[in-house]
Every structure is written in C-alpha cells, then in structure tokens.
Design a protein around this ligand. Sequence first.
Ligand code: G1P
Length: 297
Amino acid sequence: MKRKVTKAVFPVAGLGTRFLPATKSIPKEIMTLVDQPLIQYAIDEARDAGIEEFIFVTSRGKSALEDYFDAAPQLEETLQRKGKTKLLDALKRTDMQSGAIAYVRQREALGLGHAVWCARRLIGDEPFAVVLPDDVIAGEKPCLQQMAEAYEETGGCMVASMEVPQHMISSYGVLDVKEDHGSIVSVKGMVEKPDADKAPSNLAVIGRYILTPSVLDNLNKMKTGAGGEIQLTDAIADQIDTEEGVYGFRFRGQRFDCGSKSGYLQATVAFGLAREELSEEFSMFLREYLGMQNAAQ
Ligand code: G1P
C-alpha cells in the first residue's frame, strides 16, 4: 500500500464572516500573524511534511490568494537592486513551482466535505492531506509531519485531535474512542458538532487530516449532516468499519483557533513573542500594559 502523502487540499472557500468588515475585500487566509498570512503557515507546515502538490479549493473573491503564490518579478527586481537580500529570502517562501499549485472552485457553500470533494479529480487515487488554515499549530515538529510519521505505521484515515473543554465541544467533530494508545487512538465513532450532553468524549477533531481516497467515494454520496452541510467528518466516519480504520492523533504543539477573534489575537501574541527580533520589546510592552490595566481595576 502506498503510504507516502504528497498532495494536500486547502479548503479556503469560506466567507470569513466572523472577521467582517476586514474580510469584505481580503480573504481571511490572507490575514496576517506578525508578517505572514495564515495561509503561509499552513503551506510551510505541509511542505515540512513532504507535501509537493498543493490544491486550493477557493470561491469568488479569493484571487488575492492566487496572486500571493505567484511570481512578482517587478518587486523582486526592485529588492535585488536595493540589495535587500533578507526580504528576498522572505519572498522565496511564497514561491510555488509552476504546476505545484492548483485551484479549483467550490461554486456553492455546501460544507467542508463538499469542498474536499470538489478536489477529487486533482487528488486521484492516493492518500492525501487536508489542512484547514484557520487552525494554526505551533510546535517543535510541525503537526502534519508528526501525523505523516504516525500514518506510516497505521495507514487508514487519521485526524488530528485534542481534548477541549466540555462547553466548546459542540463546535467540533468529536471522536468516540475505541482504544487509547496515548498519541494514537483508534476510533469507533465520529460525530460532527454534537450537543454537549451527547458528545461521545471531549476529544475533538482539529483541522489536519490524512485521508485515503475511499473518503472521496463516501463524499460522492452527497449525504448531508450537521447544519444541513456535507460533512467531512461523516465521510471519514464511514471508513470506521472498513479494514483500514480511522485513527485520532493527539499532536504535540499548541493550537490556535484563528477562525475566532480571540484565538487569532492569542496567536498574534504567541507568534510575536516567539520572534527573536520582537520578543524583548513586545514582552516588555505586554507586561507594562497588563500591569497598568490591573492597577486601574
Ligand atoms: C471543521 C470540521 C470539524 C473540526 C473543525 C476543526 O469545522 O467540520 O469537524 O472539528 O473544523 O477546526 P468548522 O470549524 O469549519 O466549523
């Protein structure tokens, strides 16, 4: 069985309504943490995990994403002429070889499962990753790389997972655990956005997946689930009783929900503090600022 994963799907068709009016004219994936758009973090993580083909599922109004990954000869020439080598290096990370990146449009917002299904012809008959750029994960070893290594052992479908507080569980896909082996759990059930009192556990699905092509066959059935949408969770759950099975992977690292304002601000602070050139000044500011706020209370 082929276990090396070289293709990744990035579902980026969402409207980003939670960040209006900012997202009225820019895709939410272009919003920045420090100096890089969210999508760059997702791409870097995928590259580190050995991904060579990047498939974007987009929608109307997302062309800024295509431009971001295009060559920018004029800008590059100017920087070259001025000897700005550091900035040129930073730009290199946005470089995509011709043919390494493909765009497919999701014409209707019918759910995450439907978005992945839109990429079916580009995925073909091989295992693939799905990366949700809203979920930004900081860690010593990138999350998808950890998963790709674990997947070489397990095969099947693998979803990133972490424990979340009970009152948050209804915002996630949730795992019903069969056997808990610590970082890897085998799964006997999966449910999308259950009511908190009906959730099978507090182990939530986070936006990194390694999936077998059979999931695409399941998506072909166009079954609607939670919220009347075609859910990726349901198509993965359909694989549970097959020989290949479904696994949850408790990754090492800190996840930020950049689809929410609070998570996005937390990520901004964490990534700002992690930058060598910013950390001293920024942490001093935060300490003083919070000190002033506390004193005023
Ligand atoms: C999606 C998935 C959900 C998963 C979540 C992780 O939901 O449908 O199963 O737990 O991402 O971020 P969304 O956040 O798009 O509603």
